[in-house]
Design a binder for this molecule. Structure first.
Ligand SMILES: [Zn+2]
Length: 107
């Protein structure tokens, strides 16, 4: 069990690339990078499609790896470490978004 009480970053951080608020997201079942396991119950991810990191990522991946992919900026809530996480479409990782404070009003 993870205790979110011990997390250092409990409030949505701001993406340094686009200044948008990041979104709480359940980690995908895979991890990226050597020896990098998630170890957290959620991640902070920037889902702004105009984020400079995300926009440049498509070109970077195509030029360097010949792949249709990009990456989004993410932050680990437990220690504040920042990373990038690969996505293969604009909707990548969106399935894990935790919608906490919906501003929509019903009725
Ligand atoms: Zn961003």
């Amino acid at each position: 069990m993870f205790s979110t009480e011990e997390y250092k970053i409990k409030e949505a951080p701001t993406c340094p690339h686009c200044k948008h608020k990041m979104t709480k997201t359940v980690p995908p079942p895979y991890s990226l990078g050597e020896g990098f396991g998630w170890g957290v119950s959620y991640l902070w991810i920037c889902f702004n499609d105009e984020c400079s990191l995300f926009v440049r990522g498509w070109e970077h991946m195509k030029e360097n790896y010949g792949k249709i992919a990009s990456y989004r900026f993410m932050c680990l809530p437990d220690n504040g470490m920042t990373e990038t996480i690969a996505v293969f479409s604009h909707d990548g990782l969106r399935g894990g978004i935790v919608e906490e404070d919906k501003e929509e009003e019903q009725g």
